[in-house]
Design a binder for this molecule. Structure first.
Ligand code: NAD
Length: 379
């Protein structure tokens, strides 16, 4: 295996930490540089198990700070970038769209520009280089919910649930689906995707973009539905459900996303796009009931007894009804298959949050942020 210097941005976040862990463990000959600003969503406790590995370096920096990014890319002789750093929470984007434009659009542009400038100074230029941008299915907009009770899904992967294998409409997002973002978050991600493709088309930079469905699993910041609800059930707090809980999302276990990223980074076709998803659609309210059932069982509560914590709240503005990814291109061309079925993924996820209460408490108390301020503020 050849030596490589890979920059992973956003590695202290949810998905990024799984990608960093996978690369550090699987590729001892690669130098993995994790670049993260450590916003409220970044948490180095997510990487405790690998932080002392000789092939791992952490750098605290802001992707939108072009001069700093230039210096990092050239001093670490970066030849591959996997870009996950982003502001990622739709509700926050509704309150503060400018932060999303700054990080997701200007930050991606700064990374592209820094990589381009450095790579153009090398004798081989873009040869053997890769800028891989991680995006979301939300850029495609919303699909119709034509079958509110669900149809038998025409497709399956190992990520699909065994006893609930439904599609809530007949359309799916393809790689060719026209972009139609609705939230400031998805608009900022769409814009960053366009910049990445523009750097390929204009300058010849080797790029890849992937669009993935909702991820679930360990280390997700507890403002997102699954960890929030597990924690609230444990503490007997209300479970706020938007509208009637009718919105449909397609869920994939985070380690399967990380494995797809590994495969695509190494084998994907330059300038191409791949959709990543598990053909695992759930209405929010049905997913919430599965979580309640699992948490109740593992905590020894009478099964389903926490359903009385459900509280319906006013729907999110512009809330997209249904997302459903068609990931057959990735399966067909690169042979990717998710490893975990939904039931197993949910069980592992719930157990992880229940077993890692200290991790959760450090976040909910704000302890983890104080620690970084002491450690890094004056560097
Ligand atoms: N979570 C999902 O279900 C999902 C699905 C598809 C795509 N994605 C995409 O995957 C990527 C990672 O998502 P996530 O859920 O892990 O997000 P996250 O919010 O958990 O983590 C984001 C990370 O980026 C860092 N960051 C934020 N602003 C930064 C900046 N200006 N400079 C450097 N670092 C910064 C944060 O500190 C954090 O560690 C995002 O690009 C997101 O759009 C997420």
């Amino acid at each position: 295996m050849s030596k490589r210097n890979i920059l992973i941005t956003g590695g202290a976040g949810f998905i990024g930490s799984h990608v960093v862990r996978l690369f550090v463990n699987k590729y001892p000959d690669y130098n993995i540089v994790n670049l993260d600003k450590l916003t409220y969503a970044g948490n180095l406790a997510n990487l405790k198990d690998i932080e002392n590995c000789p092939n791992y370096t952490f750098v605290r920096a802001d992707i939108a700070d072009l001069d700093t990014i230039r210096a990092i890319v050239s001093s670490h002789k970066i030849d591959g970038i996997i870009h996950l750093a982003a502001e990622s929470h739709v509700d926050r984007s509704i309150k503060d769209p400018f932060t999303f434009a700054r990080t997701n659009v200007m930050g991606t542009l700064a990374l592209l520009q820094a990589a381009k400038e450095y790579w153009e100074t090398l004798p081989e230029k873009f040869g053997g280089k890769m800028f891989y941008h991680i995006s979301t299915d939300e850029v495609y907009g919303a699909l119709e919910l034509t079958h509110p009770e669900g149809l038998e899904s025409p497709f399956a992967t190992t990520a699909s649930s065994s006893d609930h294998h439904l599609a809530f409409g007949t359309e799916f997002f393809l790689e060719t689906t026209k972009y139609n973002p609705h939230s400031p978050y998805s608009a900022s991600k769409a814009s960053s995707d366009h910049f990445v493709r523009a750097y390929h088309d204009t300058y010849g930079m080797p790029t890849i973009v992937t669009n993935c469905s909702n991820n679930y699993g360990p280390y997700q910041f507890p403002e997102k539905l699954i960890p929030l609800f597990i924690n609230n059930i444990r503490h007997r707090k209300p479970l706020p459900v938007y509208g009637k809980g009718e919105n449909v999302r397609d869920w994939l276990f985070v380690e399967d996303h990380a494995r797809a990223i590994d495969l695509i980074f190494h084998k994907g076709k330059i300038a191409d796009t791949y959709n990543i998803g598990g053909f695992n659609e759930w209405k929010n309210i049905d997913l919430i009931k599965v979580i309640i059932k699992t948490v109740d069982r593992l905590l020894g509560n009478p099964e389903g007894s926490s359903e009385n914590l459900i509280t319906y709240v006013t729907d999110r503005a512009g809330h997209d009804l249904r997302y459903a990814i068609d990931s057959r291109k990735l399966q067909r061309e690169l042979g990717w298959e998710p490893s975990l079925q939904f039931e197993e993924g949910i069980e592992r996820t719930v157990r992880w949050y229940l077993d890692n209460q200290e991790w959760m408490d450090n976040i909910t108390s704000g302890e983890y942020e104080k620690y970084y301020d002491d450690m890094y503020l004056n560097r």
